[in-house]
Design a protein around this ligand. Sequence first.
Ligand SMILES: *Cc1c(COP(=O)(O)O)cnc(C)c1O
Length: 390
Amino acid sequence: MDRPEIILAPGPTPIPPEVLLAQGSPLVYHRGPGFGQLMREVTDRLRELYRTESADVFLITSSGTGGLESAVQNVLSPGDEVLVPLAGYFSERWTKLAEAHGLNVRTIEYEWGQKVRPDDLAKALAERPAKAVLLTHSETSTGVIQPVQELARVAREAGALVIVDVVSSLGAVPFAFDEWGIDVAVGGSQKALAASPGLAFVAISDRAWEAHATATLPRFYFDWSIYKEFAERKHPENPWTPAISVTQGLHAALELYFQDGVDVAMKRHRTLSRAVKEGVQALGLDLFGAGLEDNWTVTAIRAPEGIDADTISDRLRSDFGVVIAPGQGPLKGKVFRIGHFGYFSELDIIRGLAALEMTLERLGHPVKRGAAVAAAEGVFQEAPGASNDA
Ligand SMILES: *Cc1c(COP(=O)(O)O)cnc(C)c1O
């Protein structure tokens, strides 16, 4: 019998039944009061999540990368210099995107899995200024949460715009658009918020709007001025036909998210993260990446000596229907990744760890049966309330 895959990946994450029902409901026509209200409620919630009073927040029909592209196109001009601290797959995406748009891209290179150091950024900006710094808050390829608050402070002091990919961090770990002095932050529907893929969102500061006024890169579909004009109509609209169903789903997802509140969600992510980390360590596996106690979105785990990490993820899927994420770039075959942000419960984690134990044993890696599950249970018993319905 075919069963749905059990997703333990860092996006798309599992989707609650309420969200599936909402997005399977009859369409709310996208020009009119019904959709206008939907949009207003969704963007109000998102503004709360971004922790901003003043920023404009727009919904864009695209995956997260479209939102990143919109950021580049709306505030920059050909030949502008941008600085990218490069420490993983998604910061590398920033460089590719910026190069494709004819920008002058400078990088500060780190080994994947490291934290970006604010001092390095300060030094690079002192050597030569940049129009913008392109940051990745949660580097999903390594699990590392980058110190965006400090990096943003350094970038601002040097007069650079601060543009941040928060696709896998918004709603997962603490973030504060206004307080941290962020100019553009791009999120996505399919990560911590547990909605379907298909919507990106951007938060835009006044400084970013000023840059927008003189930016000359070509833009049309993603032109924020057009989004603003439509968002300010009596019944807010999207300029183009939006992913209506996904918006209905995202609305339901945000309702669920805010039922417990932001703090409870973050605490849950922290607890689930600890359970995964202690669980795999109880199997004798090593964790990957800097700052592990902060990395609540996804855990990167080194495959044991002699076993290809991709074989572990392949066998988890073929034997148990459990989907985890493989290593990317230079980490391919070396690490596998377990996601634990979004609509995950304690038992989802326990189930995944049990499958991992059996998989490792089948691949010839000696494990003490139940060791990972026992370690995770230990974490949960010390920190009750990690489940979704707590
Ligand atoms: C998932 C993710 C993205 C977006 O990828 P899309 O496939 O375009 O939605 C961007 N940045 C990070 C850090 C991500 O985790």
